[in-house]
Ligand binder design. Structure first.
Ligand code: MSP
Length: 648
């Protein structure tokens, strides 16, 4: 048993709908790293799970007429089914409704309270007794009265617990700026500028407006804020503050937390602060990736643009899907999902590149040597180049895996595969095969190809675990031949290795036919634009560029957001527009919860005349697109754009 430990986690997923390709990215990426580390000899703990509390779940369950527990139990089954389908080799699965986690969170909340980091405070506002509603002063009508019933309001407050964030601001700023905790670094700068520099406000960590959560033991009408409940999963799953598990001392701190950009603020600011408050060591790395987008939007259930991994997997195999999403996503950037790009990649890399290399090599061993390579050898041109390219691969992949740059690790592996295909063209085995005196040279060429395949597929097996064993069978590799150690050795396959011709590993796909099929199945509206159709469709009255220039469109950051009381449709957003700030009311409450928007950049029309909506003043408009099913989909510009950037 090795004493090298490695602990990697995905976020725990909200089971507020079934999982989609967007959810698969982090899980498949962490799975590949976990497999790689196991291959390197680490004792690995790979954790994933589901984040099952909160108002959204309570509401969804109510809509379906079931209890929240029944609701999550059903969806969690689908998450687990997908993970098994995608060959996710997690070591532990946590559900935040697990008893041990619930009890641990209650202890943790109490501990933070006893240490003085959680305190009971007041959520202050103006209260309208007849409407039983709280209003902020900016929401009141022009007479300072209730915007709904226009009667007098009085100052009032509601109790809530708060977590003190400010004592940790300096340490967190150093963590983000002076260490490589958060990758990529550009994201760290964004967080420091947007959240730490303006001053960290204490975080409200309890709720009394719904009950589907973990009750605060010493004040049970409060439930613990879902993010406190969720973030500590990384510790409770190892046995922190509970007896269900016993691995905390062994595996904490985590080596890698991997998350997408929308939740990095929680992982880069709030999470370290809470760990500091408990004097616990901080995770070593936080790797932040972008979103898988579809037609430029984050893939999500509420936008109806989800791609079903089961449908794709049925058609191309789960390994091809794993490969495609890992290869497409560069750390830090978004990756746009398109059926066409996916199919072309499967064809070029997997069918033409890897599949072709394997089938050509095995077929030639069969044809020229009846399946068994003879032991006479003759070295020749190009051998050294192929061998050194293959033998230097493992170090490069190691480095990229340590930097969670999986796309680059895969690119390196495919360079060796391309090199091997080129070696076939250079050495021309079909000509060697015609000449009896060249049999020893031919044997060397084919053996070298089998070795290059062995090395590249050994490393590739962490990313595509289902298919590589099929290739090993075809090239005659035994279990002992396949190991991390052997990936830097040449001559591991037996001298007289015997191959075994088999099925085509990655059949070539007819792109056009397949896109049609997929569009039918998925009902996708994402028909690729005809390249030769340059005439835009008529879209209404045409305007000049000067007319357009009258609109002042700007990038703004959503600092806070709340529902407009008594309105089902309106959200009230406080924005940092780079020009002193403003309040905007937007009719998007049916599709977005306030927490979906806080911390995001949006595009606003900044020079609209102010209006009052439900009595609340609005200074501008949030830009959103109509979705095919009549919903509004907010346009989120790149988070790194400065507040106030003008859009032209
Ligand atoms: N429950 C919280 C996480 C708590 S961790 C202590 C949560 N859950 S989530 O299900 O909404 O999202 C989980 C992860 O999946 C997040 O990192 C989220 O960004 C990621 N993704 C969801 N859709 C995605 C894409 N379309 N593309 C890439 N990742 C996406 O947040």
């Amino acid at each position: 048993m090795t004493n090298k430990k490695f602990y990697i986690t995905t976020p725990i997923y909200y089971p507020s709908g079934n999982p989609h390709i967007g959810h698969c990215y982090t899980t498949v990426a962490c799975d590949s790293i976990a497999r790689y580390k196991r291959m390197q000899g680490y004792s690995v703990m790979f954790l994933t799970g589901t984040d099952e509390h909160g108002q959204k779940i309570e509401e969804k369950a109510k809509e379906q007429g079931v209890t929240p527990q029944e609701y999550v139990d059903e969806i969690v089954k689908n998450f687990k089914k997908l993970w098994s389908y995608m060959d996710i080799s997690y070591d532990r699965y946590i559900r935040t409704t697990d008893d041990y986690h619930v009890e641990a969170i209650q202890k943790i909340f109490k501990e933070l309270y006893d240490r003085g980091y959680i305190y009971k405070g007041e959520y202050k506002g103006m209260y309208c007794t007849p409407c039983e509603s709280f209003w902020t002063s900016s929401q009141l009508d022009e007479n300072g009265c209730c915007p709904e019933c226009h009667r007098e309001v009085k100052e009032a407050s509601e109790e809530a617990y708060f977590f003190k964030l400010s004592p940790f601001a300096d340490r967190i700023e150093k963590l983000l700026t002076e260490t490589d905790y958060l990758q990529p670094k550009s994201r760290a700068t964004e967080l420091v500028n947007n959240f730490i520099k303006p001053g960290l406000e204490d975080l409200c960590v309890s709720r009394t407006s719904f009950t589907w959560g973990i009750p605060v033991t010493f004040d049970p009408k409060h439930v613990v804020y879902v993010w406190v409940d969720a973030l500590f999963n990384y510790c409770t799953a190892l046995g922190f503050q509970n007896d269900a598990h016993n691995d905390f001392d062994e595996f904490w701190p985590a080596d890698v937390h991997m998350v997408a950009k929308d939740i990095m603020r929680f992982h880069a600011i709030i999470w370290p602060a809470m760990l500091m408050a408990l004097d616990l060591p901080l995770p070593k790395h936080l790797a932040v990736h972008g979103w898988i987008t579809f037609n430029g939007q984050k893939m999500s259930k509420s936008l109806g643009n989800v791609v079903d991994p089961f449908i794709l997997g049925e058609r191309y195999g789960s390994d091809a899907i794993r490969y495609h999403i890992l290869r497409e996503m560069a750390l830090g950037a978004d990756s746009s999902f398109s059926n066409e790009i996916m199919i072309n990649r499967i064809n070029s890399d997997l069918a033409n590149g890897l599949g072709n290399l394997v089938s050509r090599t095995v077929a030639m061993v069969d044809k020229y040597f009846g399946g068994t390579i003879p032991s006479e050898r003759e070295l020749g041109d190009f051998d050294d180049e192929l061998i050194s390219c293959a033998l230097s691969l493992r170090d490069k992949v190691d480095e990229f895996i340590d930097q969670t740059q999986i796309n680059n690790a895969l690119a390196e592996i495919f360079k060796v595969i391309s090199r091997a295909n080129k070696y076939i063209d250079e050495t021309e085995p079909w000509i060697l095969g015609k000449n009896e005196t060249k049999k020893a040279r031919l044997a060397s060429v084919l053996y070298n190809l089998l070795e290059a395949i062995r090395i590249s597929t050994t490393l590739l097996s962490c990313f595509m675990p289902k298919t590589m064993p099929k290739i090993w069978k075809q090239i005659g590799a035994s279990d002992n031949d396949i190991s991390y150690e052997n990936a830097t050795e040449w001559g591991v396959l037996p001298t007289n290795v015997k191959v075994c011709r088999g099925e085509i590993i990655f059949p070539r796909i007819d792109v056009e036919k397949e896109i049609d099929e997929l569009n039918k199945i998925i009902g996708s509206n994402a028909k690729e634009e005809q390249a030769d159709d340059f005439t835009p469709a008529p879209v209404g009255e045409q305007i000049s560029i000067d007319d357009f220039a009258k609109s002042d469109l700007r990038v703004a950051l959503v600092k806070s957001c709340e529902k407009v009381k008594k309105s089902k449709k309106l959200l009230c957003l406080q924005l940092d527009d780079g020009m002193g700030g403003r309040q905007v009311v937007s009719g998007i409450a049916e599709w977005y919860k306030p927490e979906d928007l806080v911390g995001k950049k949006v595009i606003i029309v900044a020079n609209l005349k102010p209006v009052k909506l439900c009595g609340v003043e609005s200074n501008g408009m949030i830009c959103a697109a109509d979705t095919p099913d009549g919903a509004a989909s907010v346009i989120f510009p790149d988070q790194s754009l400065p507040n106030g950037s003008k859009i032209r």
